[in-house]
Design a protein around this ligand. Structure first.
Ligand code: ADP
Ligand code: MG
Length: 393
């Protein structure tokens, strides 16, 4: 789960990581009042679940409360499009008005879980700021990686090493090492999957503070953090992903393909994507209905798949163990009739009540081709797609 910058900064403060003073505002008037309270030069920052705001007009430095009001007015109620969002952008409902910091140097500091090593890894670079992606791509040697230990944590000497790698002024070394240790503790205690401070800045007064903050929380651990679960902002999510989440379905949108994949189980989803590729096509998405989906969820799953404009054909690959093929088939037929979806479907069903499921599909009058197995489904998909190229659709 993603959270907003202002929420992330509250957490940073609680863990002793210094951040600029900031006030969140939902209206231009509130932004003006916030700027008055902070005084002097302030920064107005759009609160969205996406980075790249600086380059997209979502971060504005202003020198008066009136200008802060205008900047907020220009941002609030719009959709901000950055290189991390889709073309439609994400809605700006809140801005953060923060004290402007006198920046001497912009650094980069993040912690992620390294899935291969099974440990949290601290990544640090002296080349922080808005071009970090380019640094990572062109000069990856400028990113330092230091692994923590799941049992011991991050040793104090590691934190001091990272502070040294970041080349902060001598007067700020000790505070930077403490900041790094605190950030690591924050990461572990809140079950984060990512904490990213970009930029971490050295001020002209040689203080080190987190100017930006991005925190991702591990969904599967949220039950342990009821207070954090409340930070969820569904408006920032992709509409279809949000619907899938609320129906307890795992839906992932993929770029460029035209095959919508409905499967049960993550492993089967992977196999289904492989055979889609093998058939010469690309998946547009995959939707995992899970083990014990009831009819309502199947119907919603189908509606979500056909709401994706890029889907031209649907591949249903079901291995019914706990799930029942007839329930899935009936759900698909109901939803197809209700939505008026006429997309062709290739369906492979095996396991519990597969025969009944196939009968329901065959008698539905919809454009459904039943395949005996996975390989058969791939071949049918290939035939259908080459037929589609010939102008059948
Ligand atoms: P994003 O990563 O979404 O572009 P940031 O919060 O990193 O947004 O802001 C982009 C840039 O704006 C920063 O690299 C920094 O140069 C400047 N900036 C952000 N917050 C402040 C601040 N409080 N004071 C001064 N400059 C800031
Ligand atoms: Mg940033």
């Amino acid at each position: 789960m993603n959270i907003h910058e202002y929420q992330a900064k509250d957490i940073l403060e609680r863990f002793g990581v210094p951040v600029p003073k900031g006030i969140v505002a939902s209206t231009p008037g509130e932004a003006k009042a916030a700027a008055e309270e902070l005084g002097g030069t302030v920064v107005v920052k759009a609160q969205v679940h996406a980075g790249g705001r600086g380059k997209a007009g979502g971060v504005k430095v202003v020198s008066s409360a009136d200008e802060a009001e205008q900047a907020a007015e220009a941002m609030l109620g719009t959709n901000l499009v950055t290189h991390q969002t889709g073309p439609q952008g994400v809605p700006v409902r809140k801005v953060m008005v923060a004290e402007a910091t006198d920046i001497a140097d912009e650094l980069y500091l993040s912690i992620i879980v390294d899935g291969d090593a099974g440990v949290p890894v601290v990544i640090a670079s002296t080349e922080g700021g808005m071009d970090i992606e380019e640094v990572a791509e062109k000069t990856p040697d400028r990113l330092f990686r230091v692994a923590g230990d799941p049992l011991i944590g991050l040793s104090p000497y590691h934190a001091r090493d990272i502070a040294a790698l970041l080349n902060v002024p001598a007067s700020a070394r000790r505070a930077t090492a403490a900041l790094i240790s605190n950030l690591y503790r924050l990461f572990v205690e809140n079950d984060c999957s990512l904490v990213e401070i970009n930029p971490l800045v050295v001020t002209k007064d040689e203080e080190v503070i987190a100017l930006d903050a991005k925190i991702n929380l591990e969904d599967d651990a949220l039950f342990r953090h009821k207070d954090l679960a409340g930070l969820h902002d569904p408006e920032q999510e992709d509409e279809l992903e949000r619907r899938a989440r609320s129906a307890d379905l795992a839906y992932v949108k993929l770029d460029g393909g035209k095959v919508g994949c409905m499967v049960n189980g993550a492993g089967l989803a992977m196999a289904t994507m492989d055979i889609t590729k093998w058939a010469g096509a690309d998946p547009a998405n995959f939707l995992d209905i899970g083990g014990s989906a009831d009819q309502d969820r199947i119907e919603e799953a189908f509606r979500i798949i056909v709401s994706d404009d890029e889907v031209e054909i649907i591949l249903v690959n079901l291995f019914a163990g706990i799930a029942r093929s007839d329930v899935v088939a009936q759900g698909i037929v109901n939803a197809a009739k209700e939505t008026g979806a006429t997309l062709p479907m290739v369906v492979a069903m095996r396991g519990t009540n597969a025969e009944e499921g196939r009968n329901i599909l065959n008698e539905s009058g919809l454009d459904i081709t039943a395949a005996p197995d996975l390989a058969g489904a791939a071949e049918t998909l290939r035939d259908k797609l080459s037929g589609a190229k010939g102008g059948a659709r």
